[in-house]
Design a protein around this ligand. Structure first.
Ligand code: DGJ
Length: 729
């Protein structure tokens, strides 16, 4: 890693292990131009790529053709309203109603390490691990400043970017948009890769062509949402898992976002990523600073797999803070699909007793233990234990579970309030709702206005009391509705446009408080499954529930999409009962186990009631978890074959960092009659080393496994699977 500035030529160079990112100050006025980003180049002067001698890229000299220049020049930060008609990085409106800005270079500083982003989750690293470049820009005609921040890491090709806007004008300004990055580049025939989905169908990856105009994915739901991910990638047309150039972008944020590619009249692309400008308006008093969230971007010359592995590494090493990150998590059994709301202490202890026999290590009591929560119509906000329902105190339950030899965890939903709750009856104005309008209910609940400190404090305080009252090792923090009826009685009208972002900031503050107060508690975030599976939340919890859909076949595409960006060790994945509650499908218990082993691993079923032959398989599965989890959690992930693409089979591999061992998971979703075994090429191993492959005689060179491959088991049955362990001879 390195960052340099050539002061004579005014060129900034960021170097990661395999890539270069080059910017230069262009023209007499000083536009910050984007010259190059891609595989490592020589240390040559790349300013010719700015094309500043070529019309229309020639900077303004006589102001004769400013629009031609501003609308075509590849710049690092795009002002607004002056002639660049593409998506602008920022839009500032003054008291006079005008929204024009044009940002020019002012100065820079290079530092070792990386400053934190105030109030926001962000990557971190010590002085030896990363370097940061801050470039200050100033609006040509006012005292508005933008500081662009770029960090590079010793052990990754990821570049972390963010933007800070400061109002130095002495007057009030409204920030109508503040994206975290815009990147201008040539269109070398890329396709856009993004994720779409729905509840129970999260994170489904798909390509789309890039046409002139704009194509985007976004959320305006107040949380990341199950419909989209704050991620997009540009992949060369022939790029695949292991070859071709791919640019990946992901936002470290958990609210409304826009991820967009725009192609202009000169076939240039502008990638934009940041807080969605809709529902966003931030008042900047004189002297105020606005910090936009961080975006992570990476250029991979080794296909989508290279991009994913870079994201995994940086998220593992520089974003997840939890002490659990590098530790085996206790194998849990969660009672949601086992009992839904119908449980008491006796039932839970029966599950715990049976679970203990099979090597399960923690019991999690899901929704339904508080207030009068016998179904999902009531009591959110009333965080007192329902001892009448449980038949015991929480302490007695937790002690009982501990006495059996299991740890104990609970579910919470701090950001919600039921209309039928004491909290709502006491403080109806603490719900996010517009006075005089009937707010929309969703799951018969409202969002609690946690931007009101007193509301956040009350709920947090009550939950903290519960957590302190018993031996609790794990918390599942859920959030089960989107934000509508945006209004907070704590904000003046002119600041109402700040609510969505303030909500996310308040959530981060609450989670920060939680991890500070309960550092020993393993936190798992969740939002109706994976609706808030994003890098922002991983700053607080080392794992996130991936999807309510626990069907092992459905999970293949869900987990494949999730693993495009996120390390396997943070994907919540459980074995559930069949017929599956969401699809009605029956998949062999063994296959359900193999698929869940690609994530955090656990169970979501009534172990006292599942068939004995399934129960008998659990000790083997828990043993497999202990055997392979360190590898799954810390290794390099390779997507070998995709059921989502081929409709018949799925295969992935995790290779240890030192390439001494690997685990291949094979799932034959559809059996083929009268046919031969499929051969999979196994990448990522040391080409010159000899390996033993479980189930095969002799040894094989890494290059043989990568080039010739090995046959996968051919089952005469649908939905069968196998784990194949490979180890250096
Ligand atoms: C949604 C979650 O995704 C489920 O796992 C479960 O916790 C329910 N909420 C409980 O209401």
């Amino acid at each position: 890693m390195n960052i340099t500035f050539d002061s004579a030529k005014r060129i900034f160079r960021l170097e990661t292990e395999n890539t270069s990112y080059v910017m230069a100050v262009a023209g007499e006025e000083g536009y910050l131009g984007h010259a190059y980003w891609g595989p490592r180049t020589g240390e040559d002067d790349l300013t010719y790529l700015l094309r500043t001698e070529e019309y229309p890229f020639r900077p303004l000299r006589d102001n004769r053709d400013g629009v031609a220049f501003l609308s075509t020049f590849h710049k690092e930060f795009a002002g607004c309203g002056a002639g660049d008609f593409r998506e602008s990085s920022v839009r500032l409106t003054g008291e006079d109603g005008a929204s024009v800005s044009r940002f020019l270079y002012r100065g820079y500083r290079i530092l070792r390490g990386k400053p934190a982003l105030e109030g926001l989750p962000a990557t971190f690293g010590g002085e030896e691990e990363c370097m940061t470049l801050e470039i200050e820009l100033k609006d040509a005609d006012s005292d508005v400043f933008a500081v662009l921040s770029y960090s590079v890491f010793r052990d990754s090709d990821v570049i972390a970017r963010s933007v800070k806007i400061r109002n130095g004008t002495g007057k009030r300004l409204w920030l109508d948009r503040a994206l975290s990055l815009t990147v201008d580049m040539e269109d070398d025939g890329y396709r856009m890769l993004a994720m779409s989905g729905a509840w129970a169908r999260e994170h489904i990856a798909g390509f789309r062509d890039i046409a002139p105009g704009k194509q985007s994915v976004s959320s305006l739901r107040g949380v990341t949402s199950s419909e989209a991910q704050p991620f997009l990638a540009l992949a060369e047309k022939d790029a695949d898992q292991e070859k071709g150039r791919v640019y990946g972008f992901v936002l470290v944020y958990s609210g409304n976002f826009l991820a967009q590619v725009e192609k202009n009249q000169f076939d240039s692309l502008r990638v934009s990523l940041g807080i969605h400008p809709d529902n966003f308006r931030w008042l900047l008093e004189p002297g105020d600073v606005f910090q936009a969230p961080e975006a992570l971007c990476v250029c991979s010359a080794s296909g989508l797999g290279g991009m994913s592995r870079s994201f995994h590494d940086v998220i593992r090493e520089h974003l997840i803070r939890s002490p659990w990150k590098d530790r085996e998590r206790p194998i849990l059994i969660n009672n949601w699909e086992a009992t839904y709301f119908d449980f008491d202490t006796e039932k839970l202890l029966a599950i715990a007793r049976e679970a203990k026999k099979s090597g399960i290590e923690m019991l999690v009591m899901d929704d339904g233990w508080f207030g009068r929560r016998y179904d999902d119509n009531t009591s959110l906000g009333d965080w007192t234990v329902n001892e009448e329902k449980l038949g015991t105190s929480l302490k007695e339950l937790a002690d009982g579970v501990n006495a059996i030899g299991l740890k104990f965890g609970i579910w919470i939903e701090p950001e919600a309030v039921s209309p039928d709750s004491d909290l709502f009856r006491e403080h109806p104005d603490w719900a996010v709702a517009v006075p005089g309008r009937v707010p929309t209910r969703s799951r018969n609940q409202y969002v609690l206005d946690i931007t009101r400190k007193e509301a956040a404090d009350r709920v947090y305080g009550r939950i903290a009391e519960v957590l302190k009252s018993a031996s609790i090792s794990y918390v599942k923090w859920d959030m089960n509705r989107y934000l509508t009826d945006l209004y907070s009685s704590s904000l003046p009208a002119e600041r109402m446009g700040e609510l969505s972002h303030r909500y996310v900031l308040a959530l981060y503050e609450m989670q920060e408080r939680f991890v500070r107060d309960f550092p020993h508690v393993l936190l798992e975030n969740c939002s109706s499954g994976g609706a808030r599976f994003d890098p922002g939340m991983l700053y607080y919890s080392p794992q996130i529930w991936c999807s309510d859909d626990t069907d092992a076949v459905e999970r293949l595409a869900i987990q494949e999409g999730t693993a495009l960006v996120y390390p396997l060790g943070c994907m919540g994945a459980h074995v559930s009962d069949c017929p599956n509650h969401y699809t009605g499908r029956t998949v062999p218990f063994e296959t359900r186990g193999h698929v869940a082993l690609a994530g955090t691993f656990g169970y979501e079923l009534d172990i006292t009631r599942i068939p004995q032959e399934d129960r008998d398989l659990i000790p083997g599965q828990t043993a497999a978890y202990h055997r392979y989890n360190a590898l799954v959690r810390s290794g390099d992930y390779y997507r070998v074959a995709s059921y989502a693409e081929n409709g018949a089979y799925d295969c992935w591999e995790v290779v240890s960092k030192d390439r001494s061992e690997a685990l291949v998971t094979w799932v034959q979703v559809k059996a083929r009659p009268y046919h031969k075994a499929r051969v999979m090429r196994i990448p990522g191993l040391d080409p010159d080393a000899a390996y033993r492959v479980e189930g095969m005689e002799g040894t094989f060179a890494g290059r043989t496994l990568a080039e010739a491959g090995i046959p996968m088991p051919a089952f005469q049955e649908d939905c069968r699977s196998a784990l194949i362990y490979i180890v250096k001879a």
